[in-house]
Design a protein around this ligand. Structure first.
Ligand code: KG4
Ligand code: ZN
Length: 332
């Protein structure tokens, strides 16, 4: 069974064809980095306009690379939230139109569920497991008891981890997205050079990164001549320690033996290494998607959409995108 997946939730226009929820036939992502780079962050209006230009070529490319035809597609799966509303609208409207014209059912997928499902394109962790989504818009921990069965254990109370990376990169005068740039700069810095505060909220699995960002701002103001490499490395070290510590605490508290990391920040090699080492020490298994599946893509949306489709959860033409869309106990 072939599912065509689409994602336009943020600044990447993505389409993919996936067989039986796990076999990637094609996975096309057109990023807009050069468009937003000079602003140090995403400009929503520019993002939506670029999606409108790119959606048809990207879907066509995904179909061509998969060597398939619309008559062989069983369903179209599309991200309908959370994300930038103007961006989401493009993917949702395009999917509805395509579904109508080609007479194909379509399925609404929560983008966060897509991130969690990215692992099923390469591995099959047994349920239950702990899923940690660390991206530009989210930093959340879920207990996953089965397909569609999610309980949120903690989330960020302010900035997402990726957002903190992007803001620190901008502050240091680097481009967008900041995560890969900070990672590269940090590799030549001293991660112990500066001791930034680690906000670990009491009696909660929530995160907070805005205080860390402010500390970096204050440090740069106070010591303008300090090495950017050391600032980047010390900042990254703090973020990684917070994410790893919270995740392991949550896994132990919920008796979860497996941890699945996903989202753009999970492409960070220092985070991957630290999480593996520390979790393995506690007897926990860590599942990491390959790098191209950590950041936004549509294969993960097709993978999640497949399970909705085989469970009969088909959407209707009244579907509207939602910028705020929490992942609940029984995702629809
Ligand atoms: O999952 P994603 O592609 O989009 C959202 O759903 O937000 O995540 C994008 C975020 C950006 O903030 C970017 O800076 C961050 O992921 N990111 C990284 C790395 N690659 C991407 N952060 C740290 N290290 C990386 N290697
Ligand atoms: Zn994402």
């Amino acid at each position: 069974m072939l599912i065509l997946g689409l994602d336009t939730s943020c600044d990447d226009t993505a389409a993919a064809v996936v067989r039986d929820g796990c076999g990637i036939m094609s996975n096309v992502v057109s990023n807009q980095n050069e468009l937003h780079e000079k602003y140090g962050g995403i400009v929503p209006e520019l993002a939506s306009r670029r999606h409108i230009e790119m959606i048809l070529p990207v879907v066509t490319e995904a179909m061509n690379r998969a060597g398939t035809d619309f008559k062989d597609i069983s369903a179209i799966a599309v991200s309908y939230g959370p994300g930038l509303i103007g961006s989401l609208l493009v993917g949702v409207c395009f999917s509805k139109s395509l579904a109508f014209v080609k007479d194909i059912p379509f399925v609404a997928v929560n983008h966060l569920e897509g991130h969690i499902f990215s692992i099923f394109l390469e591995a099959t962790p047994a349920f239950p497991f702990l899923a940690v989504v660390v991206s530009g818009g989210h930093t959340s921990i879920y207990k996953v008891d089965g397909f569609g069965l999610y309980s949120e254990l903690g989330k960020t109370r302010d900035d997402a981890a990726g957002e903190a990376y992007d803001k620190v990169a901008k502050l240091l005068g680097f481009g967008y997205p900041g995560g890969p740039i900070i990672e590269a700069i940090a590799s030549t810095g001293d991660s112990e050079a500066i001791s930034f505060p680690k906000a670990l909220l009491k009696d909660s699995f929530d995160f907070s990164f805005s205080g860390l960002k402010t500390s970096v701002v204050n440090y740069v103001k106070r010591y303008p001549a300090s090495r950017k490499e050391d600032i980047a490395a010390s900042f990254q070290n703090t973020v990684i320690e917070i994410i790893t510590k919270r995740t392991i605490e949550a896994a132990i508290a919920t008796g979860s033996k497996r941890i699945v990391l996903s989202g753009g920040v999970s492409a960070n090699s220092a985070l991957r290494k630290n999480m593996k080492e520390k979790a393995n020490e506690k007897g926990l298994e860590v599942y990491l998607p390959s790098l191209r599946l950590c950041t936004d893509n549509a294969a993960m949306i097709a993978a999640a959409g497949y399970h909705h489709f085989i469970n009969g959860k088909i959407s209707n033409y009244e579907l509207n995108p939602k910028s705020y869309l929490p992942l609940g106990p029984a995702a629809d």
